[in-house]
Design a protein around this ligand. Structure first.
Ligand code: GMT
Length: 374
């Protein structure tokens, strides 16, 4: 198949999934055309089946806000037409699904039919999409897609709860490349960060409010009062200043390191004993899956799709959003030497169920169905 993939090229989970999916499709012989405003961060290798088309955003003094959706739709029209694509797969509804609808209508006028698959990732539904300023366009363009997938049962239910959707939504979960995300031997790093065999806690995110990074620091503070521990925070974002202030107030700064937007997250995860994801909303929790693939158990909230991934009492624990006390107690249970290795083994076993090779065929089958029905 010749597939066009549209996504946000940044570090966000939707862009990562879209890029890794494209790489996987290319490796299995499909021709993949990425259409984005800059090179996707994970598109870091050469493959003869991968093509990249940058959306041309021309600045003009009249535009306070350059019309990205128009430029994207125009690019989609040209790529579909000249590269003779079989299907467009857009990741994140806003504004990719509506731009795809526009491109599809323009191509139809020229006698070209291009089926569109939209994958819903989370905040395009649960936060941004349901906002009144976007809602009508989001609902319309999901309904106009030829195929719709969501990354968890919870996100599918949320989509039906927030919008009047008349399309079947197929749940295809996030996946992981176990070749990349696997525990690496990094004993020298571990010794440098935890010289006295402290337990190592890790959190990775974009430090937005929805991630509740303050809870991570509070949970860590609770752990640290009982056992020697260190915390590594990977990522960066708007909440950083608040979190630094909280560390100072709690007097935990010496045991916390901010590592910034590291690319090789798997190296940090290889050192970790526990991953913490206390999010307010989380449609799947790709960062938690990455941790589990590196044999790291997870303390998470029980929101959204997290309980579909993190099995309570098995791969870690899930608790109500904001229940720092329960999360701290559960973290201490996992970190107990009598329990830790069992949790680590079960986290890895669970991650294996989401291996790229298991999930890729679900997308290919979805594409095939959509193309046949078109
Ligand atoms: O979580 C983020 O801030 C990024 C966001 C995105 O759209 O890139 O992630 C969403 O999509 C990921 C990939 O499907 C999911 O694993 C994340 O759970 C989801 N984030 C939220 O629902 C908050």
């Amino acid at each position: 198949m010749k597939i066009g993939i549209v996504c946000y090229p940044t570090f966000g989970g939707s862009g990562v999934i879209a890029t890794e999916l494209g790489k996987g499709l290319a490796k299995t012989g499909h021709e993949v055309h990425f259409i984005t405003y800059s090179m996707p961060s994970r598109l870091d290798f050469f493959n003869e089946n991968i093509f990249y088309h940058e959306v041309d955003l021309r600045p003009y003094p009249l535009f306070e806000y350059p019309p990205y959706e128009t430029a994207l739709a125009s690019k989609m029209v040209n790529v579909v037409k000249y590269e003779k694509l079989d299907l467009l797969h857009v990741h994140y509804a806003i504004p990719h699904a509506s731009a795809a609808y526009l491109a599809k209508q323009i191509l139809l006028q020229q006698g070209i039919h291009i089926p569109v698959v939209t994958t819903l990732h989370g905040t395009d539904i649960t936060l941004v999409g349901k906002d009144a300023s976007y809602e009508p366009v989001v609902q319309f363009s999901i309904n106009q897609s030829d195929g719709v997938t969501a990354v968890s049962e919870s996100l599918k239910a949320d989509t039906h709860a927030h919008f009047d959707i008349r399309r079947e939504i197929e749940v295809i979960p996030n996946f992981i490349d176990l070749e990349k995300f696997k525990k690496q031997k990094k004993d020298h790093f571990k010794k440098a960060i935890c010289p006295n065999d402290e337990k190592l806690i890790v959190h990775t995110s974009n430090f937005r409010k929805v991630k509740r990074v303050e809870d991570v620091v509070l949970i860590f503070d609770g752990i640290r009062k009982k056992i020697p521990a260190k915390l590594l925070l990977v990522g960066d974002g708007p909440e950083r200043i608040k979190i630094e202030k909280l560390c100072r107030e709690l007097g935990t700064c010496d045991d916390i390191r901010f590592l910034g937007k590291l690319e090789a997250v798997e190296e940090v995860l290889s050192l970790a004993d526990l991953f913490v994801m206390p999010s307010e909303k989380e449609s799947f929790g790709l960062a938690a899956l990455e941790a589990m693939a590196c044999e790291v158990p997870v303390i998470s909230s029980n929101t959204g799709g997290l309980p579909e991934l993190n099995i309570n009492g098995v791969t870690g624990f899930t608790s109500p959003v904001g229940d720092v006390e329960a999360m701290t107690a559960n973290a201490l249970t996992i970190l107990d030497d009598a329990n830790l290795s069992g949790f680590k083994e079960r986290a890895l076993a669970r991650a294996k169920e989401f291996e790229l090779e298991n999930i890729l065929p679900l997308y290919v089958a979805h594409y095939t169905r959509v193309i046949e029905q078109a």
